[in-house]
Every structure is written in C-alpha cells, then in structure tokens.
Ligand binder design. Structure first.
Ligand SMILES: *Cc1c(COP(=O)(O)O)cnc(C)c1O
Length: 460
C-alpha cells in the first residue's frame, strides 16, 4: 500500500472509530486529523513526515524530551523482567524503589521530617490521585471519630480532573456545570485571578480579600470542612491563572489555624514545571496530602501517586475487624513499567541537572511575557506564568472573549501551520514546553507563537 493510501485509511478510521477527549467531534470531522507516529527530543512527527515542536509537552506530561535514551533503556529492561503484578496483597520492586525515592525527594525539597508526606498510594492518573486524596481526607476524620467533616473547600476556576469526585471540587463551569446534579456539595472560595477579580478589587489594594473569603467559610463551618484542595501557585486548566505572592502560604496558614487538612494537587505543577521541583516550595508550604502524576514518568506511562502524612495513615490502622483499611485500589496500581519510567525520569533530573538548567529558560519566558504584554498587541490582555507554565490571555474587548469566539484556537491553528503544536484554554494561549527544550528551540517556539498571535488578532 502506498503511503498516501495508508494515511487516508488511518484518517478514515480515526473518524470512524475514535471519540476524542475535550473535542467537539463534529468540528473534528471537518479537517483531516494530525496523526502522530514518531517523536524525538522536543519534536513530534506526523504520518506525512511533518515535524512539529511540542509546545504542550504532549498535554503537560513530557519532561526530558521524547525518546530519552535512559528512560527507554530502563523501560526495556523492566519489561523483560516484569510488566505487571498487583499491589493488592503483594508488592513489587520498582514500586518500592519509587515510593522511597519520592518520599526522600519530598523530604529534601520541602524540608520536612520523616512523618510528613511519607506514605505513597499508587493509582494511574491525576484524577484518580485526587479521588484518592479526597477519600483519604474524608475517611481520616471519620476514623478519628469526627463525623461532621463531610465537605471540602475548593476554588473557582479549579481543575482537578474529570472523574466525579474531582469534578465535584472543580470550578470550571464550561466543563463541570452539566454534571452538577451528580456532584457532592463543596464550598467554593474565590479564584486568585487578579486580572479578572471576581470580588471586583484591584490587586494593589485588595489585601487578598479572596483569602478572607476562604477564612469566612472556615470560621462559619469549623467542624464541617474535611480539607481544602488547591492547585499550588497556578490554576492551570482554569487558564494559567497565577496566584499572587502569599496566596498559597496564606491558604496553608488558614488550614493550620482552623485545623483542617490541605490537599495540594501538584499533578500539573510537580516535577519541575514551575521552576522548582514542586510548586509548594515557592512559598515553603507543606500540605497534608500531595497529588502527583503527569510529569512523574517523564511523559511515558500513566502513573499517579497520592502521598499522605503519617497521621492520616495512622487513622486507618487498626484491628482487621474495625474495617479501617483504606478500601480503594486500581487494577494497575503500582505498575512496574510506570514505576521504572518514573525512576528513570528522576535519574535524569539528577544526571542532567534539569532543575538548575531551567533558570535561563524561565528568564527567557519571563522576558518574552513582559515584552508581549508591553505594548505591541492591543489584543493581549495579560501574559503570565510560573516557570515553564505560561499563558497569554487574549481579549477582544474588556469583557474578554467567550469560548465561542475560539480566538485561542485560531492562534493554535496558525502556530501549527508554522510548525509548533500548542493547545489553548479558551482564549488563553498556553505554552508549556518539555523542560529539556533547548534555548534555541524555545526562542523559535516563542517567535512563531508571537507571529501567530499577531496574525490572528490583527485580522480580527
Ligand atoms: C491534568 C490535571 C489533573 C487530572 O489528571 P489526569 O491525568 O488528566 O486525570 C488533575 N489536577 C490537575 C491540577 C491537572 O492539571
């Protein structure tokens, strides 16, 4: 079969058999899909042989580039030894090694003692890591005899995944409102979205009223809140919303003062994405439970960890007959292939000095953001980011663009024609390259995206 016939067949079969996530399928059918079949370093290649820069880290997961020799080797070695065995009633070597490695890493980076964030529970993806955290926190109070703490505080614009528990603590109406009748009750606190402050305040004199709103909920409902769940430093899927300095530590402070648990969802921010290994480091915060996934395997395999502190673990220990075991688990929990990739990914962080190497890239991005926000495009509302998580919010007018205008999509489409793959969030252009991207490729990516913004927004 010649190559064009093969490609046509794949395109037809995609349209015939696939239902793509977060995708309006009618619109998907209108143009040939991009079908990827190879990737190297920070580039991915489609079936026609076109190479693209991976500007979204393959949906925020890739860290050290595609096809990294060390991760490939470790995965191959592992697959010849053991592909899968369960953690229900058994253990396995890579799961033990990884749990120890992550606990040590959390201890070193967050500067915490041996009783903090020292118990690792495995699952497969960010949403399940959050489900596990919510159930763990809820059960913690029940098991220590507190029966009133049956709800959570979460933030507007929050995104914690797509399973129903994670959706319950989500705050993006476009994604979540439809399912409202299925969700458990939560208390929503304002998003730290200074550019469009929902309290109608200005950042220079607001004194972080959004934190005071959270405090009001906590003080009115002292005995009802099982935990506060947040995305530390940046609400990613909500539109790369960067919290003002002091917000994260303020939330942590409130959790201590009102004696409730803090769940840090570092699914997006963990493993270097914000310039530090974990986003909590930026403000010296130590949560009671941390959720990790996306970058943990370097973008190779689905794997997630929910790491809890000793006191939460202790609440679940008891006699068999007390039924305090944590009745939760997944078929592929502690999958050895995923764990092997994660171990290799952490090796590479050390061997290549990934975190140290980020500094000039973070500076380049910060300069670019300042530059683009400066003056040149009337269409740029706010350009913001932390580390290598960046968003440019485009506005048609003061009220902002609606999802329907699809201006972010138009920019992504243009960038794609120029060889850069990005995926916008509404009217926010998101730039999130693999941490390993070279300075040259990063500069190229930014200039192409800037061109795309200029061309699309000048034309509208
Ligand atoms: C992506 C994401 C999730 C969900 O992870 P999945 O692996 O897609 O289920 C949860 N929380 C945050 C902060 C995320 O960015």
């Amino acid at each position: 079969m010649d190559i064009l016939a093969r490609n046509k067949r794949l395109e037809d079969l995609d349209r015939a058999c696939l239902w793509h996530p977060f995708t309006q399928m009618r619109q998907w059918m209108e143009a040939p899909p991009i079908i990827i079949e190879e990737a190297r370093d920070c580039f991915i290649r489609d079936i026609y042989g076109r190479w693209y820069l991976d500007g979204v880290s393959s949906m925020w997961v890739n860290v050290h580039g595609h096809g990294h020799r060390h991760i490939n080797e470790r995965l191959k070695t592992q697959i010849d030894r053991l592909a899968h065995s369960t953690l229900l009633g058994l253990s396995n070597v890579p799961a033990i090694e990884l749990a120890h490695r992550v606990v040590t890493l959390l201890g070193d980076t967050l500067k915490i003692g041996p009783d903090s964030l020292n118990k690792v529970f495995f699952s497969d993806n960010g949403s399940t890591a959050v489900e596990v955290a919510l159930k763990m926190a809820f059960g913690y109070w029940r098991h220590i005899g507190v029966t009133t703490r049956d709800s959570f505080i979460c933030l507007n614009n929050a995104y914690h995944g797509d399973t129903l528990g994670a959706v319950s603590v989500g705050g993006i109406d476009v994604f979540h409102a439809l399912y409202a009748p299925l969700l458990f009750k939560t208390h929503r606190s304002p998003s730290p979205y200074c550019y469009r402050c929902e309290l109608g305040l200005r950042q220079d004199d607001c004194d972080m009223r959004c934190l005071k709103e959270m405090e009001a909920i906590l003080s009115a409902r002292r005995q009802e809140i099982a935990a506060v769940i947040i995305e530390p430093m940046i609400q990613a899927a909500g539109g790369m919303i960067v919290a003002p300095k002091g917000f994260l530590s303020g939330v942590s402070e409130l959790c201590h003062r009102y004696d409730t648990l803090l769940i840090a969802d570092e699914v997006a921010t963990g493993f270097g994405r914000t310039g530090e290994m974990f986003a909590c480091q930026h403000e010296g915060v130590v949560p009671d439970i941390i959720c990790l996934s996306k970058g943990i395997t370097g973008g190779y395999m689905p794997l997630a960890l929910t790491v809890a502190s000793q006191r939460i673990f202790d609440a679940y220990t008891g006699e068999y007959s007390e039924l305090k075991a944590f009745f939760h688990g997944h078929s592929y929990t502690g999958n050895p292939l995923g764990c092997a990739c994660a171990l290799a990914c952490l090796d590479v962080f050390e061997a290549e000095g990934t975190i140290e190497g980020l500094r000039p890239k973070v500076e380049l991005l910060a300069r670019w953001l300042r530059d683009i926000a400066g003056k040149r495009f009337a269409s740029v509302g706010q350009a913001r980011g932390v580390g290598l998580m960046v968003g440019v919010e485009l506005v048609a007018d003061d009220s902002g663009c609606q999802y329907g205008q699809r201006i972010g999509w138009q920019v992504a489409e243009k960038a794609k024609q120029k060889g850069v793959l990005i995926r916008p969030l509404g009217n926010v252009v998101v730039i999130m390259p693999p941490l390993a991207i070279s300075m040259d490729n990063l500069a190229t990516m930014l200039s192409i995206i800037e061109e795309a913004i200029a061309e699309v927004t000048d034309a509208t």
